[in-house]
Structures are given as C-alpha cells and as structure tokens.
Design a protein around this ligand. Structure first.
Ligand code: FUL
Length: 447
C-alpha cells in the first residue's frame, strides 16, 4: 500500500457516538472520597474500620455548584478505591457505608452525588477500583464475579452514566495474591447496561490515560492511535500499515504515540482520545495541610488539555465532613471566571479560504481585520466525526517583502486546539502544512 493511501485510511478513523459526546463534555471533575479521607492516606490498606467514614455534613449540591462554577460538566465519584470500601448500599460486602454510623448505616454517597448531578444538569460517572485490598475473593476467579456484581449495581441503580473509570493499578489483595482482571467481561456489562458510557482505562477501549497524573498534555495528543497501545476490545479501523515492524513496546508514558513515525509501523489504528487527569491539590484524597494549586497552573492545564485535543478530569477531594474545602471552592470559581474572560471577546474578522494552496493535504485560510487588532487566542476545531487529519499547521503573517513568518506552530488539531498567541495583526494566515486527508474545519474562532 502506498503511504498516501494509508494516510487517507488513518484520517478516516472515526469516533463512536459515545466518544463524540465525551469529547464535547471537555471538562469534568473527579471526586476521591473514601476512608483515606479520614486516615490521611492515599492508598488505604483495606483493613480500615468502616466506622471512621462519617461525612456528617455531606452536601453533594455544594460539590455540583462548585464544579459548575469552574465550567465543568460532570462528576466521576470513586465508588470504591483500592481499600475496598464501598460508598453505596451494596449487597456484595459489608465493607461499606452500611457499616458506618453515617445516617445509621443507611447513607449512600453514590445515590446522593448522582441525584445532585441530575438536579444540577451535569453528567454522572463512577470509578470502581479493580484492585481491592479488602475483598477475601481477591486473587481468585470468584473476585471477577464479585466485581461484576458491584459493577452491575452501579450501572443499573443510579441513572445514566457518562464514564466508567478503570484504574490500571493492580496490586496484591489481603491474601498476598494478584488478580487476573476479566476486562472483557467488565466491558460487556457496561455496554449492556450503559451503552452511552465511555470506558476509561490505560489501554482504552474508549478513552485512554494520558500517561501522567500531573495534568501534562503532549504537544501532539492524537485521538487516533495504534491498537498496540489501546488494545482493550477495540477493533482497528485500518489495515496493517505499509512498513512492517514492531511497536508492542508502546506505552502511555511515551512522548510520541500517534505521529506518522509510529502509525507507519502499526498493525491497525483505533480511535481513543486522551484524558488528562490531575488533582486540584497534590493528593487525590483530602489532606488538611495541602493547598490547591495556583490559578495559573489550572488555567494552563485547561488550555493544554481541552485546548489540546483531550478532555480534562480535575479531581476535587471532599473534607471529612463531606464538603469541599472553601479554598478549593474559591479556586474553582476563579478558574471559571478566568476561562470565561479569556473567551468573552469573540472577534469578527473576515475568514477566507486561500486560493494559492491547492492540495488535498494542505490548505490555508486568510483572516483579515479592518484594523490592527490584538489577538489572544485562535481556536481551531476539526470535524472529527469524519476523522482527525491535521498533522501540522502554522499561524503566519507576511512582511512587506512578501516573506511569511510563523508566529505560532502547532501539530494536531482534532476536537479542539486553543492556540495562545499574543499578537497584534491586521491579517494572518492559518496554514495547514500537512494533513492526512482533506481538512474539514468545524470551527475557526479568534478572541
Ligand atoms: C491511580 C490510583 O492509584 C490513585 O490513587 C488515584 O485513584 C488515581 C486517579 O489513579 O492509579
């Protein structure tokens, strides 16, 4: 196969409906809450006394209001973390809210947060740790049945779910044994009960881990990647690439995963977007002595994730009383305000397709203002429903000699690219210097 034909195939790898809906969600919250909140740990041991879990002032409406103030559109609750303690009324174990003094053992955090999300008009999702340091079944085939029962309870009892988050961590259980997870079986259940939910895991099938927990996006965060990286139950949409080779070594922490260098050696490509996850504080769970990260860091992470063809999952940990810390609430409101301000002044230049670039895999748009204008952001979006195509682009001005100078150079665009620029221009060109196939822009906006 010619490289040109393979590139066309690569450029038409399409997202599913649920992946499109996920991309449109863009920015949502993780909420890490468990006995760790009371023991000041990050990884519970599994032998914690359920009596310590007592969020006497639990207020999930406060969570929803706070995340909405930042512009987030969903919450993913840790229904069970590695310590095995269940935040809902499960029939699978007593290591749960049932054994806590909170609401006399009748409380259900998952119920309260799912209902608050619905009241507030945002999406609801959950994290259910496969690694369980409490379950006596862990490390035996029975554990997969136990885990599937838990999954089923969560998938069928709490309304529409937008994302199920599978942690990649796989340690030892209380008996020192490790578990073979039946991911295929877990995925089947989710597809059966919540066909609109995306499944997050290090290796897909719908959403992949970006490779770090600090909110750092790649310069090129491709949503079309080799199946060697996202191998969980995804059917490749292309044939084998023209160069034969081996990229089985590929892992999420590597810097370059979707570029031509790699896809040319792949056995087939899949659509699997990247989720950038981090906590608003150093820890995933609440620790009274920690402070929220700076506004500047959160704004930067938003610009590089949502503005870098990925989604942003920002964790906010509740305090032992069940409320968000006022410092986090304030930081979230500041973040929402900063993002609103950044995109409040949409400019209205003339945007015309350039006639002098005539190629299937290159194109250009000329942007003309009526007078020299200060611009801060150029927002570009491809119509990814048909595939992700742009590989590189530049924003350029032409000097009086006719020479082009780039004031911004970018790689892929995909769902959304926010180019942060600081320029005063009366005219500039958006030049797609390389694409896999004809480019279809869904949006070109200047702020
Ligand atoms: C990791 C876990 O081990 C952390 O505790 C946290 O839940 C993070 C989001 O995922 O793998």
């Amino acid at each position: 196969m010619e490289i040109k034909d393979f590139l066309k195939q690569a450029g038409s790898v399409k997202p599913t409906e649920r992946q499109k809906a996920w991309f449109d969600t863009e920015f949502y919250a993780f909420v890490h809450f468990s006995p760790n909140t009371y023991t000041n740990l990050e990884w519970g041991l599994g032998n914690e006394d359920p009596a310590i879990f007592n969020p006497v002032e639990l207020d999930c409406d406060q969570w929803v209001e706070a995340v909405k103030s930042a512009g987030m559109k969903g919450i993913i609750i840790t229904a069970k973390h590695h310590d095995g303690f269940c935040l809902w009324q499960t029939e699978t174990t007593d290591h749960s809210v049932k054994s806590s003094p909170w609401k006399n053992g009748k409380g259900d955090v998952v119920r309260e947060v799912s209902e608050a999300c619905r009241r507030g008009g945002i999406k609801f999702g959950f994290y259910l740790s496969p690694w369980d340091r409490n379950s006596k079944y862990y490390g035996t085939p029975e554990y997969n049945d136990f885990y599937k029962k838990q999954l089923t309870e969560l998938l069928t009892g709490y309304g529409e779910v937008f994302e199920v988050w599978f942690d990649g961590a796989c340690g030892e259980g209380p008996n020192g044994r490790k578990q073979e997870y039946d991911f295929d079986g877990y995925i089947d259940l989710i597809r059966k009960y919540q066909p609109n939910a995306v499944i997050f895991n290090d290796h897909g099938p719908d959403v992949r881990w970006c490779g770090n927990e600090s909110g750092t996006a790649r310069a090129a965060e491709w949503a079309v990647v080799p199946k060697e990286l996202c191998f969980r139950r995804t059917i490749p949409q292309t044939g084998k690439a023209p160069l034969c080779g081996n990229i089985d070594h590929m892992y999420n922490t590597m810097n370059d995963i979707g570029s031509l260098n790699n896809i040319l050696y792949s056995d087939g490509l899949v659509f699997c977007g990247s989720e950038i996850d981090m906590s608003i504080r150093p820890g995933w769970f609440y620790h009274a002595t920690e402070e929220p990260h700076s506004l500047e860091r959160l704004v930067r992470t938003y610009m590089q994730s949502v503005g870098g063809n990925a989604c942003f999952n920002l964790n906010v940990p509740p305090m032992p009383n069940g409320k968000f810390d006022p410092r986090d609430v304030e930081r979230l409101a500041e973040l929402g305000k900063a993002l609103k301000e950044a995109f409040s002044n949409k400019l209205n230049p003339e945007i015309k397709k350039a006639e002098d670039i005539q190629s299937d895999t290159q194109c250009a748009f000329d942007v003309t203002f009526s007078e020299p204008t200060k611009i801060n952001y150029v927002v570009l979006a491809e119509n990814i429903a048909e595939g992700q195509r742009v590989q590189s682009f530049m924003l350029m001005t032409q000097d009086y000699t006719g020479r082009w100078n780039a004031f911004y150079e970018g790689t892929c665009i995909g769902h959304k690219k926010i180019c942060q620029v600081n320029a005063t221009v009366d005219k500039f060109r958006i030049f797609v210097t390389s694409a896999r196939d004809t480019v279809d822009f869904r949006e070109i906006s200047i702020f």
